[in-house]
Design a protein around this ligand. Structure first.
Ligand SMILES: Cc1cc2nc3c(=O)[nH]c(=O)nc-3n(C[C@H](O)[C@H](O)[C@H](O)COP(=O)(O)OP(=O)(O)OC[C@H]3O[C@@H](n4cnc5c(N)ncnc54)[C@H](O)[C@@H]3O)c2cc1C
Length: 538
């Protein structure tokens, strides 16, 4: 296959922008790069808006409140995808924009689960486990389940043969239904808005899946400690990720040291800052064109590349990087690839932002609370997944360790985000109308945390099919997509985006980087972009 001579990047979300950014860095500057975006703006689900309190002029900056329509924080960890994001943040000169939430702050430590009609704190240390275990009904009966785990039967034959299992079934086998339905399902609602009985343990909690396979249990017994955990050992990409990590840590020594005690970060002007700076940086290269409001309609493999038919023109590129959601890419391609892409479902969420002029309205401080599956319908008729306490989490310094002087709102108050829907709407009519969603969100927080005031500012955004669901069989499907895309496009169509290897912003950025590097290194051979997961089984 010929080297990269011209590139189309499909989709201007964080995956598409990161792909374009790494392409600019990796390719000679005479290689033209064209980004196709169907809407008027870049960022996809990342979108931050500044609203002024009623009666105030938004241009003065007084009384401004920032609302996030999608993601609001980035996780800080030692994982390569996280360190890579901070490398990008440094390169984009965004360090001064960061709001850093330290691990010791209430916003990082205090996370809650709604259960039995009240919010219960999740333990954050050994001492807190003892304290909360006996005082909170949520944890009743859980300790014996954890202690029994190493002695439970190993993986049943049916699961071995299926080579995957739902998170719900795996966790219930290992820990019983209390932990699964009260804790795990809540955590999964917070990230995937998904159903633990459909999502794949192998794709989402790979580490636990491998632990059981190697050790026969998830909780290590002393006698098993010596046994090797298979983890990444058989993954040909493990070494590559380690090399990346070493190199990233070396280049970002000081910055990463300053984040040693950080739990999560956001930006003073919201997540949109990341999108805006990426856009500026990409455009400053001189070889990138952005085609707004030009949805791609069809892709065709031709001798010298791929012909892209969009709403406004037909053009052939030597290579195409798709950063579209899989269901959108399915519309542009033929079977068998299109069929495999359609097997990745997604869920919709209504994101409701509320701002109350009165500060500290909540009975507790912390990041927020999640509603697990165990909450009966009569306690959650709104079909809420969770509530983020934004004013505690990222907005202002309330003495909880957020770096003083860095904040998102220019006025004090209580800011919350209520997430509605997700998998609950697989079987019910979704609430799309903003007014209806706002009424439901207000009703929920009045009942669950006693906030009865009228909000000064509200906003609701129906995010349709916004979170891809890695359901049971996702890994096998990835392998099928890998084969199909190579067969149908000879390694000239490369896949990135949240539908495949990870939904977090960190994963979207990192896997875009890996795909670009692979494509440039192996342009003679051709790749699918999914190699880091699709080339090995575990
Ligand atoms: C409510 C919510 C909260 C979240 N919270 C967090 C969080 O706190 N932290 C975190 O790390 N992650 C979070 N996530 C996950 C993360 O935000 C997403 O996975 C990520 O933003 C997806 O980016 P993407 O570029 O892959 O896809 P998208 O954002 O979907 O971008 C795809 C782009 O393609 C465009 N497009 C679609 N069809 C076409 C076409 N035919 N032609 C051209 N363009 C097209 C779209 O307009 C869009 O701009 C959250 C997600 C949601 C929805």
């Amino acid at each position: 296959m010929s080297p990269i001579r011209s590139v189309a990047v499909l989709g201007g979300g964080i995956s598409g922008l990161s792909t374009a950014y790494y392409l600019v860095r990796a390719l000679p500057h005479d290689v033209p790069i064209t980004i196709y975006e169907s809407s008027k703006r870049l960022g996809g689900y990342i979108q931050s808006t500044q609203l002024a309190l009623p009666g105030l002029d938004p241009t003065t900056g007084e009384g401004n409140v920032l609302f996030e329509h999608g993601p609001r924080t980035l996780r800080v960890s030692k994982r390569v995808s996280s360190v890579n994001t901070f490398d990008l943040i440094r390169r984009l000169n965004l360090i001064d924009e960061l709001i850093v939430v330290p691990k010791r702050s209430a916003a990082a430590k205090n996370r809650y689960i709604f259960y039995n009609g009240k919010i219960n704190m999740i333990p954050y240390s050994v001492a807190s486990i003892l304290k909360f275990y006996f005082s909170q009904p949520l944890f009743r009966g859980m300790l014996p389940e954890v202690l029994r785990e190493p002695f439970r039967r190993n993986r049943p034959q049916a699961v071995v043969e299926a080579n995957d299992e739902s998170i719900g079934s795996f966790m219930t086998r290992r820990f019983g239904s209390r932990i699964t339905e009260r804790l795990i399902s809540g955590a999964i609602h917070g990230i995937y808005a998904g159903d633990i009985n459909q999502l794949s343990i192998k794709s989402i909690l790979e580490y636990l899946w491998k632990r059981e396979k190697t050790w026969g249990s998830v909780v290590p017994l002393w006698r098993r400690r010596e046994a090797p955990v298979s983890r990444e050992s058989e993954n040909p990409y493990a070494e590559r990720h380690n090399e990346h990590l070493k190199e990233l840590l070396e280049h970002n020594k000081e910055f990463m040291a300053s984040l040693k005690d950080a739990s999560i970060v956001s930006f003073r002007h919201g997540m949109q800052s990341l999108v805006d700076r990426l856009q500026e940086e990409i455009l400053s290269s001189g070889n990138v064109t952005i085609r707004y409001e030009d949805p791609v309609r069809h892709l065709e493999n031709v001798v010298d590349g791929i012909t892209v038919t969009s709403a406004k023109e037909v053009r052939t590129y030597s290579h195409v990087f798709s950063a579209l959601p899989s269901r959108k890419l399915a519309e542009l391609t033929e079977p068998p690839l299109a069929e495999c892409l359609r097997k990745i479902p997604s869920v919709s969420v209504n994101v409701v932002n509320l701002f109350f002029s009165k500060p500290r309205l909540l009975p507790v401080t912390g990041f927020g609370y999640l509603l697990p599956k165990a909450v009966p319908r009569e306690d959650n008729p709104e079909r809420a997944l969770g509530v983020v306490f934004d004013s505690d989490a990222v907005s202002r310094d309330h003495g909880q360790g957020v770096i003083p002087g860095s904040f998102q709102d220019s006025v004090d108050g209580t800011k919350l985000t209520v997430m509605l829907g997700g998998h609950w709407w697989n079987h019910e009519k979704p609430v799309k109308e903003p007014d209806e969603a706002i009424v439901l969100a207000k009703q929920l927080i009045a009942r669950q945390v006693g906030v009865n005031e009228s909000p000064a500012l509200t906003q609701a955004t129906f995010q349709e099919s916004c979170i891809p669901q890695y359901v049971v069989g996702h890994h096998a499907n990835l392998r099928a997509i890998h084969k199909a895309v190579l067969a149908q496009f000879n390694g000239k169509l490369i896949l990135t985006g949240a539908s495949f290897l990870g939904v977090s912003v960190n994963d979207c950025i990192y896997y875009a980087r890996v795909a670009v590097e692979d494509a440039v290194d192996h342009s003679g051979k051709g790749i699918s972009g999914l190699e880091s997961k699709a080339l090995y089984d575990y």
